[in-house]
Write a protein that binds this ligand. Structure first.
Ligand code: SF4
Length: 70
């Protein structure tokens, strides 16, 4: 999840310990994210996007069928 950070700094503004969260996340990312993580994440995002689109299309078809049957 560290790669999801957009470095907005909101978390640092609220941290009572003044932990440099953005810098820490960069370190965590270097240590934790395996090689090839980004392409896999991009692929998963794409699959989710397609699944959402298919779901929307299904809803539209159901609506059309309801309109057509009345
Ligand atoms: S800087 Fe903090 S609040 Fe902003 S995206 Fe990163 S982790 Fe989230």
């Amino acid at each position: 999840m560290e790669s999801m950070c957009v470095k907005c700094g909101k978390c640092e503004k609220h941290c009572p310990q003044n932990i440099p969260i953005r810098d820490s996340l960069v370190q965590v990312k270097k240590r934790m994210e395996p090689f090839g993580f980004k392409p896999v994440r991009a692929l998963v995002k794409k699959i989710c996007e397609i699944a959402r689109m298919r779901k929307d299309i299904r809803k539209i078809r159901i609506r059309r069928n309801k309109i057509g049957s009345t």
